[in-house]
Design a protein around this ligand. Structure first.
Ligand code: PEP
Length: 253
C-alpha cells in the first residue's frame, strides 16, 4: 500500500504569496519521489490558487460542511472543494473538536456528505492527555470511530477511500511524539474496531495514519516499526526542507 503523507498547514501562512512559495518549494522537492502519495491541505482561500502537476501533490481541505448548498453563512460545500481541485478532506481534527466544539455527530454528517460526493475523507481521532492518563485511550478510540462511522456503508467507504488518522491530542504540536510502540497499540485497536463494524477485508484497505509531532527524523519509524500506512503532519509541513526530508525518508521505507 502506497503511504499517504498529508500536510496540514492549519491557519498558515498569512499571505497568498507565501502560500505559493511554500507550495512550489514542496512541489519541487518531492517531484522525483516515488511510492508516496502526498496531499497538501492549505487554508480554503489558497486552494484554487495552487497549481499541481499530475496530482503531485494532491490538494486537500482542512474541513467541509455537511450540507450541499444553501443558507449556511461562512461554510464550504463538498462541491466547492472539488471545483477547487481537492481530492481529500480532513474531518474531525482535534483542534476543530476543541475550539469549534465539533461533535462526533457533526463529524458523522460531514463524513456522509464527503463520501457521497466522492471526496476522500481523512478522519481524525485520538485521546487527550487526561484520557490517556486515565487509561481510556482504547475506549475513546472505539467510541469516536463507532459514532463517526454510524450508518455509513462499506460500499461508500471503499468507493471514496476513507483514511483514518490516529492523532493523540497530547502529541499534536508539542514536540512530544507518541512512541511508535504505543501508537501501534492504537493502530491495532482501530483495525479491530473497523473489522468489527465492517469486516477484516475492508479494514485492510483503509489507510491508518499517525499524526502528532512527526518530523524528518521520526517519520520512517511509524511506517517501518509500527506499520502505519501514512502520516498527518502539521508543523513540519510548513518547513519545506524538513517536509521533503520526511517524505523522502518514508519513500525509502
Ligand atoms: C496536526 O495538527 O494534525 C499535527 C499532527 O500537528 P503537528 O505535526 O504539528 O504535531
Amino acid at each position: 500500500m502506497k503511504p499517504l503523507i498529508v500536510a496540514n498547514w492549519k491557519m498558515n501562512p498569512q499571505s497568498l504569496t507565501e502560500a505559493k512559495q511554500l507550495f512550489n518549494s514542496l512541489k519541487k522537492g518531492i517531484k522525483n519521489v516515488k511510492n508516496v502519495e502526498v496531499v497538501i491541505c492549505p487554508p480554503f482561500l489558497y486552494l484554487s490558487q495552487l497549481q499541481t502537476t499530475n496530482y503531485k501533490p494532491h490538494l486537500g481541505a482542512q474541513d467541509v460542511f455537511w450540507e450541499e448548498k444553501g443558507a449556511f453563512t461562512g461554510e464550504i460545500s463538498p462541491k466547492m472543494l472539488k471545483d477547487s481541485g481537492c481530492k481529500y478532506v480532513i474531518i474531525g481534527h482535534s483542534e476543530r473538536r476543541r475550539y469549534l466544539k465539533e461533535t462526533d455527530e457533526m463529524i458523522n454528517k460531514k463524513l456522509k456528505v464527503t463520501l457521497k460526493r466522492k471526496l476522500s475523507p481523512i478522519l481524525c481521532i485520538g485521546e487527550t492527555r487526561k484520557e490517556r492518563g486515565q487509561g481510556k485511550t482504547q475506549t475513546i478510540l472505539k467510541n469516536q470511530l463507532k459514532k463517526a462511522l454510524s450508518k455509513i456503508s462499506a460500499f461508500n467507504i471503499q468507493n471514496s477511500k476513507l483514511a483514518i488518522a490516529y492523532e493523540p491530542v497530547w502529541a499534536i504540536g508539542t514536540g512530544k511524539a507518541c512512541s511508535p510502540r504505543e501508537a501501534k497499540k492504537s493502530l491495532d485497536v482501530i483495525k479491530k474496531v473497523i473489522s468489527k463494524i465492517y469486516d477484516k477485508k475492508l479494514a485492510k484497505t483503509i489507510k491508518i495514519l499517525y499524526g502528532g509531532s512527526v518530523n524528518g527524523k521520526n517519520a520512517a519509524s511509524y511506517i517501518f516499526e509500527a506499520n502505519f500506512q501514512g502520516l498527518l503532519v502539521g508543523g513540519a509541513s510548513l518547513d519545506p526542507r524538513e517536509f521533503v526530508i520526511l517524505v523522502k525518508a518514508v519513500s525509502r521505507s
